[in-house]
Write a protein that binds this ligand. Structure first.
Ligand code: PGA
Length: 249
């Protein structure tokens, strides 16, 4: 504990184009100015190669991978495929994929294991819906998601967990700092029962409407080791202040 480096990861989702890659220049410069912070950007699969060529010092990643190495899966890409073109990590289990593609905990777990087998790092997302939080079930739901989607061989060397309340994603609404700290404490405790001492090596990111105005507060919450940032990662103007906030902690 106390040894975990901050990680600020962007998630461009289905946004960005070849013309947007110029944003990476200032993001890479900010990352170079923040040697204590790891900076990563998950771009659309079509941009991975160009992004990693343009910003070799940044960790460029994918937003999803299939759980099989190859085969008859039209429209999907494998972990080895994104790795071959420069991805160093992938997100798995983002709530948009759990909702839009119906991904289950078991599939998310298999995707994380496929990422590891291909030599990628992974950011595994969990989070409750508004209805689940209103029903007082947020911690139970999220820790159960974690337990069911945690891959074999989970360790801080390659895996980070992102707590992203579904109702906070893209909405401008965030949990209180106390709620974030409570959830991260619950996740850490569950990781300890699952992984023993290795639990302390995994980074726990917060995600959901992180921006330049709230980053310092959210990143300062107990057991928060970084952020997964959607909308505010699309431009350097919005993403760089979040990197700087992490560097000041
Ligand atoms: P947001 O997205 O920052 O736009 O809320 C976060 C995420 O979905 O990873």
């Amino acid at each position: 504990m106390g040894m975990r480096r901050k990680l600020i990861a962007g998630n461009w989702k289905m946004n960005g184009s070849v013309g947007a890659l110029g944003e990476l220049d200032a993001i890479a410069a900010a990352a170079a100015d923040a040697p204590g912070v790891d900076v990563a950007v998950a771009v659309p699969a079509t941009l991975i190669e160009l992004a990693s060529d343009r910003a070799p010092a940044l960790a460029i990643g994918a937003q999803d991978v299939h759980d099989r190495p190859s085969g008859a899966h039209t429209g999907c890409v494998s972990a080895a495929m994104v790795k071959e073109v420069g991805a160093r990590f992938t997100i798995v289990g983002h709530s948009e994929r759990r909702a839009d593609q119906g991904e289950t905990d078991a599939q998310v777990r298999a995707k994380a294991e496929a990422a590891r087998a291909a030599g990628l790092h992974a950011i595994l997302c969990v989070g409750e819906t508004a209805a689940e939080r209103d029903a007082g079930r947020a911690e139970a739901v999220v820790t159960a998601q974690l337990a069911a989607s945690l891959p074999e061989g989970a360790s801080g060397d390659w895996l980070a967990i992102a707590y992203e309340p579904v109702w906070a994603i893209g909405t401008g609404r965030t949990p209180t700092v106390a709620d974030v700290a409570a959830m991260h404490g619950a996740l850490r405790a569950r990781l300890r029962t699952l992984l023993g001492d290795e639990a302390d090596a995994l980074r726990l990111l917060y995600g959901g409407s992180v921006n330049d105005a709230n980053a310092a507060e959210l990143l300062g919450a107990g057991d928060v080791d970084g952020a997964l940032v959607g909308g505010a990662s699309l431009t350097a103007a919005k993403f760089v202040p979040i990197i700087r906030a992490a560097a000041r902690l």
